[in-house]
Design a protein around this ligand. Structure first.
Ligand SMILES: *Cc1c(COP(=O)(O)O)cnc(C)c1O
Length: 426
């Protein structure tokens, strides 16, 4: 069988194959740039591992208290070197990105302190952490006040607004790099760096925390390279490289990270305890693969943007824009389009390819939601996945792909489903 016959055997028609192949041919230059970034980041990770003399002994499982867990301590040194920070905390006990962010906030804020988000509304799950929506255990319950400065019309930071919002009580400023489920643009490390410098010029003691979810290794620099005091993310996104089965990280100043360790474990115990329970080799190996995996996911996002824009759909970011995270949004305008798209992503998965995703009433959402995820790790969104709320403009949020070949096949299959349903004509 030749390649086209292989695709045909895997459910992709000649028309879809040819349309997608033609699109891919136009992306060579873009893909070359992505490969250069991943080459740079591969060296960043490799030299950090070499400098810290990573060795076989670091992969051993520890149990109980986890005293003298060399593998854990060295991995945290490796992360600190990759992110160019004084310190880092990287643990399986950090259960997800929201937990990492909640730790960063609650460990470094005290009653009477003020938190300001300067990138508008934060990610949905943080609303309860902060107390924007009333919630047990929120920062608000502990007497931490909150303000928000919206981004300007063009998606940039509102420096005047930030200056006016900062008060004597302002202890921390939060910045979210990725758009999450909003349609604003994603903020680049350069832009984030510029606003950090601005904030520090007003008061150098303000702690700046950046939610870096989905942004790691997309560029050659990270927010931490621009003076962010804490850079935060999830290991079942980019930096886990698809291998980490759980976990989160925070890279930052020694003081902030120490505070986080006292909140994660207990005052007095800090970073000294926390067994790795056998997770640690996958954290190292996942970090080693992360630049390549992120590059594959990024190619998938750009491929999807080009395919669906050519078919007349609005895509965010568009087919030419620079990328600062791995998320691609596609507006289908009709529920059937979103549903068929998700069916295609599911049908292309290595796991659960035989199930059909259906819209359902998910707790916390005001409309039905459809999700496609055939992942090795539950909920992993560095693996090829898509979801979207069943309400106008019927946007599919699409991300991930552990390999570019799989991301490509998933997008081809999504198009195949849309063609078969008569929604798209090639
Ligand atoms: C994924 C994500 C989070 C945290 O999500 P978890 O599902 O808790 O891991 C926070 N902020 C942004 C921008 C995200 O993309």
């Amino acid at each position: 069988m030749n390649l086209q016959e292989m695709y045909n055997n895997a459910g992709i028609s000649k028309e879809v194959f040819e349309f997608c192949t033609k699109t891919e041919e136009g992306l060579r230059e873009r893909f070359d740039e992505i490969d250069s970034v991943s080459e740079y980041n591969q060296l960043k990770v490799l030299t950090a591992m070499q400098k810290n003399r990573v060795s076989d002994v670091h992969f051993a499982a520890t149990t109980g208290y986890g005293y003298n867990d060399l593998g854990r301590d060295t991995l945290e040194d490796v992360y600190a070197d990759v992110f160019h920070t004084e310190s880092a905390i990287v643990r399986p006990q950090i259960v997800c990105g929201t937990h990492a962010l909640a730790l960063a906030l609650s460990a470094n804020l005290r009653p009477g302190d003020e938190l300001i988000s300067v990138s508008g509304k934060p990610y949905d799950t943080l609303e309860e952490v902060i107390g924007i929506r009333p919630s047990k255990g929120s920062l608000k319950e502990y007497g931490v006040t909150y303000k928000q400065v919206e981004l300007l019309e063009d998606g940039s930071f509102d420096k005047n607004g930030i200056k006016n919002a900062i008060s004597d009580n302002t202890k921390m400023i939060a910045i979210q790099r990725s758009k999450g489920y909003l349609s604003r643009k994603t903020l680049s490390p350069d832009e984030i760096g510029d606003v950090i410098a601005f904030i520090k010029s007003i008061n150098k003691d303000i702690i700046v925390m950046v939610d870096n979810c989905y942004g790691e290794f997309v560029c050659t620099s990270e927010p931490s390279d621009y003076g962010a005091d804490m850079t935060v993310g999830s290991l079942i996104k980019n930096p886990g490289g698809g291998l980490a089965a759980t976990g989160g990280y925070i890279a930052g100043t020694k003081e902030c990270i120490d505070n986080i360790s006292y909140r994660l474990t207990a005052p007095g115990l800090g970073k000294e305890v926390g067994a790795n329970l056998g997770s640690i080799q996958s954290f190292y190996q996942g970090l080693f693969l992360a630049p390549t995996v992120t590059a594959g996911a990024l190619k998938g996002a750009i491929f999807a943007a080009n395919i669906y824009e050519a078919l007349g759909y609005k895509v965010i970011p568009d087919n030419k824009e620079p990328r600062y995270d791995i998320i691609q949004a596609i507006e289908f305008l009709k529920p059937e389009g979103l549903i068929e798209f998700c069916k295609g992503i599911q049908a292309a998965a290595p796991v659960d390819s035989y199930v059909t995703p259906e819209p359902w009433d998910m707790p916390g959402y005001d409309s039905q939601v459809i999700m496609a995820a055939g992942a090795f790790v539950q909920g992993s969104s560095i693996e090829l996945s898509a979801d979207g709320p069943l309400k106008p403009p019927y946007t599919a949020y699409f991300q991930g792909g552990l390999t570019w070949n799989h991301a490509k096949y998933g997008i081809m299959m999504s198009l195949q489903k849309l063609v078969e349903a008569g929604i798209v004509k090639l």
